[in-house]
Design a protein around this ligand. Structure first.
Ligand code: ADP
Length: 501
């Protein structure tokens, strides 16, 4: 397969930038696509060339397969990296890219198809002795049968959408009486979110921890794993804090999980970067959940502990190169933690709080990596995922990485929107997190808005800025219109920034 000279990133925001940075380091030209809402976005400015592909809604821009392929043809692009989200797990897109004679930087359409369905994935790995959560091997439609199976497995059970993702279409059922209602909800959510109402039943693992294994496979049948990421700090079944390595895995279990993950990848003829997700109970039994056939949001923690640039490897693999290392060449050094900084309000059920980043100052210094796509003054569009940044810290030990994270959170200045930064601080300081003894119930068990402390100094700094602006304005000789006691516009907009207090 030919070398890649020009790469289009079919994505936006921090991940588009992150991919383009590696491409540039490799001497590959970059092409950005953007929607009308993203005209001034950083990924557009960073790219060598950028093309507007449509209006703000993703369905009219970032998801337009034909338009994206046309751009590639017009600009002599030879490969597409899909990032995560949008078209990254769309087998039809991977196929269309291939058919257009372009390189898709990711797995084969067939692998995406198999792993895109949780049920097909379970069937595919059934020959490999991968531990699986007790449950139904196929979709359930007959309620009486479903209830009988649930009673047999033992409540609580989970009704899950086969096509599910992002924590949607999943319902916990505590007993026989609430089964019908929860089943109706799961099916209707599955239809509305994924257009496929197939659901199945799984035992609800109590004290579950979400641990996933990063794999890399080339097109010559070599597959390795790059250890685990612990992703149990979640809200709404979605991750907010991730770390590598996990504080509770033993070297033996790590190796067992790694081997299982490699086998899952083998079961679907996988190449590229992928993630095999497991659920782990308090006895450290682990069960295969699903495989994500793309680069994950939380991939930086793996990059930091292994020293491997996953995007670089993805590009090499797509070019047909064999992996340049084997399993025994890989090792972990140090500890990395990621906090997803979302524009959402932890004091208000983590509801999105999009707006303008009136103040936006990144933390810096040794062991701090910030992957973002914003600058001060930019608005967070309502059309897309409200993630502002990924704040990642890296140190020799877990304790030091936690301390560094607290320092970095305190240094991060964001105003104009509420963010998950204060929540991140709460997590870092919590005994359960510090001890490593926590599960996916962390938020519901320990968190309430009264536990949040606003980031220190932010308010003082904002207040000082407001006062300075006010005093300056009032010191001026009155020019025509009297402002009276109203604050000057700049100060007024800055008052809004103090909503964190
Ligand atoms: P999605 O594709 O929507 O992300 P997953 O199957 O990956 O769905 O599960 C997402 C999260 O839901 C997991 O990280 C875990 O917190 C929870 N979960 C999934 N399956 C189970 C289970 N059988 N028992 C307990 N929790 C589960």
């Amino acid at each position: 397969m030919p070398a890649i000279n020009k790469l289009l990133v079919a994505n936006r925001g921090e991940i588009a930038l992150r991919i383009m940075r590696t491409a540039r380091e490799m001497g590959i030209k970059t092409v950005a696509i953007f929607s009308e809402a993203d005209r001034n976005a950083l990924h557009v400015r960073f790219a060598d060339e950028a093309v507007c592909v449509g209006p703000a809604p993703s369905a009219e821009s970032y998801l337009k397969i034909d338009t994206i392929i046309d751009v590639c043809k017009r600009l002599d692009v030879d490969a597409i990296h899909p990032g995560y989200g949008f078209l990254s797990e769309n087998a039809g897109f991977a196929r269309a890219v291939r058919q257009a004679g372009l390189i898709f930087i990711g797995p084969s359409p067939e692998s995406i198809e198999i792993m895109g369905s949780k049920l097909a994935a379970k069937a595919a790995v059934s020959n490999y002795a991968i531990p699986m959560v007790p449950g139904t091997p196929s979709a359930v439609t007959d309620r009486a049968e479903a209830k009988r199976i649930s009673a047999q497995i033992g409540y609580p059970v989970l009704i899950k959408a086969s096509a599910g993702g992002g924590g949607k279409g999943m319902r916990v059922v505590e007993n026989d009486d609430e089964f019908d209602e929860q089943m109706d909800r799961a099916v209707s959510e599955a239809i509305s979110s994924f257009g496929d109402g197939s659901v199945f039943i799984e035992k609800y693992v109590t004290s579950p921890r979400h641990v996933e294994i990063q794999v890399l496979g080339d097109q010559h049948g070599n597959i390795v794993h790059l250890f685990e990421r612990e992703c149990s700090i979640q809200r709404r079944h979605q991750k907010v804090v991730e770390e590598a390595p996990s504080a509770m895995l033993t070297p033996e279990i790590r190796e067992e999980m790694g081997n299982a993950a490699v086998n899952v990848a083998r079961a679907c003829g996988y190449y590229g970067a992928g993630t095999v997700e497991f659920i782990v109970n308090d006895a450290l039994d682990f069960y295969f959940l699903e495989m994500n056939t793309r680069l994950q949001v939380e991939h930086p923690v793996t990059e930091l502990i292994t020293g491997i640039d996953l995007v670089r490897e993805m590009i090499y693999i797509a070019e047909g190169k064999p992996l340049s290392f084997q399993q025994e060449d890989l090792s972990m050094t140090g500890h990395a933690i990621e906090l997803r900084v979302y524009a959402e309000d932890p004091a208000n059920n983590f509801l999105p709080d999009v707006g303008t980043l009136d103040t936006y100052i990144r933390p810096q210094g040794n062991g701090v990596r910030v992957d973002d796509g914003f600058e001060q003054g930019m608005a967070i569009p309502i059309y897309y995922d409200p993630m502002i940044a990924k704040l990642v810290t890296y140190a020799d030990t877990r304790e030091q990485a936690i301390q560094k994270m607290i320092r970095a959170i305190d240094e991060y200045r964001i105003s104009g929107v509420q963010t998950t930064l204060p929540f991140g601080r709460f997590v870092m300081e919590h005994d359960a997190f510090r001890s490593g003894q926590f599960d996916t119930g962390f938020v519901s068990k320990y968190f309430s808005p009264d536990k949040l402390t606003p980031p220190p100094n932010t308010d003082e700094a904002d207040l000082a800025a407001v006062l300075a602006a006010y005093l300056l304005e009032n010191a001026k000789p009155a020019a025509g219109v009297t402002t009276g006691n109203t604050l000057p516009t700049t100060a007024q907009s800055r008052w809004k920034t103090n909503r964190t207090s």
